[in-house]
Design a protein around this ligand. Structure first.
Ligand SMILES: [Ca+2]
Length: 532
């Protein structure tokens, strides 16, 4: 409860309730009605006899013919302009949708081999688009992963990582610095409509919210759904095994106001989906960027009535199957609105499964470890790209790619300039997506908090430090590093360092090059708000 109070204390003037917002809407409508009634052209005036009514019938017919021709010409002109605009838009300004699950593992979807979770919509998305086998989130936990996705930069550069607090909490003072350029801000320079619907987790104070970071609108939770836990809930992990909405006083926000507290978590996937569909429909005639970071399947797990108790995988499966339904709804909306051929949709997850939560955590499939660690299970994720007519159906890519790459890829497709005054860690994925070439990404850096733990180049991955996701206080140092061939050994079981001194030397050079252009950002995760 202390955390919840501190949230209120930081931003008293900006908090309002849903009811207050509705009341404001009514006031706006009443004002508009008055303006119409007091207009300068009362209806009665049009009924008065004028000079025109006394003219001859021939003159009247001539005028009507002229007006008809003029109207036809104007309509034709408008139609031509609209057609040209649509054609230009298809070439230059595709829509972008990011569907971002929370703590979903590499092995949690049907199309990634899960035997009991049903994901027909994501499976269809993969069958119609491209499925990546080697796609990485930029960090093994929420906050740094999201910062990297939205900026195209490793979180160590923006300061959104820390060795003492791994993510932002309700009593955190920091957030995404204003100097960082988000994908939404960059796309706004090209006239995109933007919306963030879902979990933010890049700062809950007013100056850090999505609406201050390039998003026209925001609907969702400002941080994780397991935060703001009430003091009298069950102890330890027991609370997660039988979760009740009231155990977490986490707020649901619209723009900069609290709409509901505690958020009714069982309804979130459904309501995010409804909001997303409305946003797409509202903006179907202009380019848009929809960022939809789902709250599920992060513990505490919830699903709406329609999905609760339905999955053979239990509650975790219920949550994932509802997300799958949501993806289906969104893709169907794009098809129905004839937007499918001008929209790139990307589905992935912010980090691997939270294995500490046993059955309530997901699965990394054959990959080692999970959330929090730089073993493959912590950061390799399902990655599915969909763009009918542009991406070859049923394509499978084994190229190295990352959430870091979405920033430069989207900007290149939108013909928006890529910031040149800072290091961008992402590369343009267009050659992979459209089958025109190989990945420009040769190397991937695995960070745990502020430390570089491992490097991958081609099939080889060297671990300089290893530490399981949670429960072990210090990392283990490796000199010489552990080396795995991820093609032969995706589960990282067989150290082949002694057979490949040349590879280790090459990776050491990559690390040195990386270190040379690394300027850590001002730490954002350590400062705490004053408790009241
Ligand atoms: Ca997460």
């Amino acid at each position: 409860m202390l955390a919840a109070c501190s949230f209120h204390a930081t931003r008293p003037a900006r908090i309002s309730t849903g009811f207050r917002r509705k009341a404001q809407g009514c006031e706006e409508r009443a004002t508009l009605g008055n303006a119409e009634n007091t207009g300068s052209t009362p209806t009665g005036l049009r009924l008065r006899p004028t000079e025109e009514t006394k003219r001859s019938a021939g003159a009247s017919l001539q005028r009507r013919l002229f007006e008809g021709c003029l109207l036809a010409l104007i309509s034709f002109g408008l139609l031509q302009a609209a057609t040209t605009q649509a054609a230009t838009r298809r070439a230059t300004s595709p829509n972008f949708v990011i569907l971002f699950a929370d703590d979903l593992g590499y092995g949690d979807l049907g199309c990634y081999g899960h035997p009991t979770i049903r994901t027909p919509n994501l499976d269809r998305m993969a069958a119609e688009g491209m499925r990546f086998t080697d796609f990485y989130s930029a960090a093994p936990v929420c906050t740094p992963s999201r910062a990297a996705l939205l900026t195209g930069r490793l979180a160590v550069r923006s300061g959104l990582c820390s060795d003492t607090r791994r993510v932002l909490f309700p009593n955190s003072a920091g957030g995404l610095p204003a100097e960082e350029i988000t994908l939404a801000e960059a796309l706004k320079t090209k006239g995109y409509a933007t919306a963030c619907i879902g979990k933010w987790h890049l700062g809950h104070r007013p100056q850090y919210l999505p609406t201050q970071n390039g998003f026209d609108s925001y609907f969702g939770l400002p941080y994780s759904n397991d935060m703001d836990r009430v003091a009298d809930s069950k102890l330890g992990q027991a609370v997660f095994l039988d979760p009740k909405i009231d155990y977490w006083q986490v707020p649901l926000m619209r723009d900069e106001s609290i709409l509901e507290r505690p958020a009714n978590q069982a309804t979130l996937t459904r309501r995010y989906t409804e909001e997303a569909i409305q946003f797409i429909r509202r903006n179907k005639t202009r380019p848009f960027f929809l960022y939809l970071p789902y709250t599920m399947p992060h513990v505490p797990l919830f699903a709406s009535e329609k999905f609760l108790g339905k999955s053979r995988r239990g509650l975790f499966g219920d949550g994932v199957e509802e997300i799958d339904w949501s993806v289906g709804q969104i893709l169907d909306t794009l098809r129905r609105e004839k937007l499918a051929d001008i929209t790139l949709v990307f589905f992935t997850s912010d980090n691997g499964p939270w294995l500490t939560f046993n059955e309530h955590g997901g699965s990394a499939g054959l990959l080692r470890d999970g959330k929090g660690s730089t073993w493959e299970g912590g950061m390799r994720e399902p990655g599915i790209a969909w763009w009918p007519g542009k991406i070859k159906p049923g394509a499978v890519s084994h190229e190295l790619a990352s959430t870091l790459d979405l920033f430069p890829t989207f900007l290149a497709l939108a013909k928006a300039p890529i910031p040149s005054d800072r290091v961008i860690d992402g590369v343009d994925l267009s050659p992979i997506l459209f089958g025109t070439g190989k990945s420009k990404r040769e190397v991937f850096f695995y960070y745990r908090d502020t430390e570089l733990f491992a490097i991958r180049k081609g099939p080889f991955k060297a671990h300089y430090l290893t530490q399981t996701g949670y429960g072990v206080p210090k990392p283990e140092k490796h000199d010489p590093p552990l080396l795995f061939h991820l093609g032969h050994d995706p589960s990282e079981k067989h150290n082949v360092a002694k057979n490949h001194p040349d590879v280790l030397a090459d990776l050491a050079r990559e690390w040195e090059r990386h270190r040379l252009n690394l300027v850590p950002g001002k730490p954002q995760l350590d400062a705490r708000l004053e408790a009241n």
